[in-house]
Design a protein around this ligand. Structure first.
Ligand code: ZN
Length: 400
């Protein structure tokens, strides 16, 4: 098994070409990756040949494409690439100009206007500090998470009847209306009330503006709004996707702690072992993806890295298990693609964050100590609250 490359190997090279060259030297890349486009004549020739095949021999081309063996992890790679593109789209949306169907930064900020004051209040009250050192960004993230969970967002699992408030059963899928489609909903779940038989539509919106209108969903909708809200609050944020459970949550960068911090739809902050120890989930891959790069963060979310590695070697992700080398290459490629357009200063800033994060990931004892302290401080908030929280955790995962 190839070792996971150290971030420092990338650091010496300021330009993208340098990244790729050092990747080739360190074995992260086995060949020049596709992110370096062919230039001049070569590019023109490839385009010409492709066009010729498409127009003159389409059947043959289609057969060739479908007969190619699917590399192990192709589905996994597609999800990570989609997530990466998605975060970059949201990032660009906030920077504007904004298409009609999207929300503007001003619209998002207006909804969040009360949070800085709430964060200052949390910061002033030491009892509220989930961990130490606890800075303004940590307080802001916590204030946002609590407000989001308790006031802003409705969790759709199961969805309640809009007529009588009764329980509903999932009864298939419906066609999205034009309005729902404009909100990015490619599919609509139908939920029928067991009392009054009223049918409630649950469009799976994918546009921030539509999500801010519906304010409901499951972890996907939650994570998307959360991600955008964090960015609008001036925090650095990214998604974490767990392939085994298809669960998504968020991380923000804590300047005080000097690492990325877990924050979940349960308004749990800095409890990365929630899924492993709390919910008993046997995770294999937790991948962080944001507009400024990607990282394999599995080590932060599992108790027992060696067992997890064994699970990874046995886990079929479509076409067989994926190799650690393939994963490292994918993560590096996504990071390079995200950072290719950045100036040297911004890239150096991100790389110093990478290094601090890597030190934290490597320091397993320190991470466990930190997790224990968060849990101990959680208990201080009162035995009832603690029990309620444990019951909630025992009830299972957050679902899709
Ligand atoms: Zn009803």
């Amino acid at each position: 098994m190839a070792p996971i490359p150290q971030r420092t190997q990338q650091r010496a090279s300021p330009a993208v070409a340098g990244y790729v060259a050092s990747g080739l030297r360190s074995g992260v890349y086995t060949s020049i990756p596709h992110l370096v486009p062919p230039t001049g004549l070569a590019a023109a020739r490839v385009a010409e040949l492709t066009q010729e095949l498409v127009t003159t021999r389409p059947g043959e081309l289609a057969r060739w494409l479908s007969s190619r063996p699917r590399p192990a992890g192709a589905g996994f790679e597609r999800v990570l690439r989609d997530l990466s593109r998605h975060t970059r789209t949201l990032d660009a949306m906030l920077k504007g100009p904004t298409p009609e169907s999207s929300a503007t930064l001003a619209e998002v900020k207006a909804v969040l206007a009360h949070l800085p004051a709430a964060a200052r209040e949390l910061l002033a009250n030491e009892k509220e500090h989930t961990f130490k050192p606890f800075g303004y960004e940590d307080a802001l993230a916590l204030a946002a998470a609590r407000w989001f969970k308790h006031e802003y967002f409705r969790w759709v699992d199961p969805i309640k009847c809009a007529q009588c408030g009764g329980e509903t059963r999932g009864t298939g899928a419906g066609q999205p209306t034009a309005e729902e489609r404009a909100g990015g909903a490619g599919r609509v779940e139908l939920h029928t009330c067991v009392n009054c038989a009223a049918v409630r539509r649950f469009p799976r919106y994918n546009e921030v503006k539509a999500l801010m209108g519906s304010r409901e969903g499951r972890c996907g909708e939650f994570a998307q709004l959360f991600y955008v809200f964090f960015l609008a609050l001036g925090l650095e944020a990214r998604y974490v996707w767990n392939s085994s459970e298809d669960h998504v949550w968020t991380e923000y960068w804590s300047p005080e702690l000097g690492h990325w911090v877990h924050i979940d739809s349960e308004a749990e902050t800095s409890k990365p072992l929630l899924y492993d120890r709390g919910w008993g989930k046997k995770q294999a891959h937790c991948s962080a993806v944001g507009a400024s790069g990607a990282e394999d963060v599995t080590r932060a979310y599992v108790d027992g890295w060696d067992e997890c590695l064994a699970r990874r070697r046995a886990k079929d992700l479509g076409g067989g298990p994926i190799s650690e080398a393939y994963l490292a290459q994918l993560i590096t490629a996504l990071t390079v693609e995200c950072r290719a357009h950045l100036d040297d200063e911004e890239r150096a800033r991100l790389e110093s964050m990478d290094e601090a994060q890597q030190r934290w990931i490597d320091d397993e004892k320190g991470r466990w100590r930190e997790a224990e302290l968060v849990n101990l401080r959680g208990r201080e908030s009162g035995p009832e609250e603690w029990r309620a929280e444990r019951d909630e955790l025992g009830a299972g995962g957050a679902g899709e």
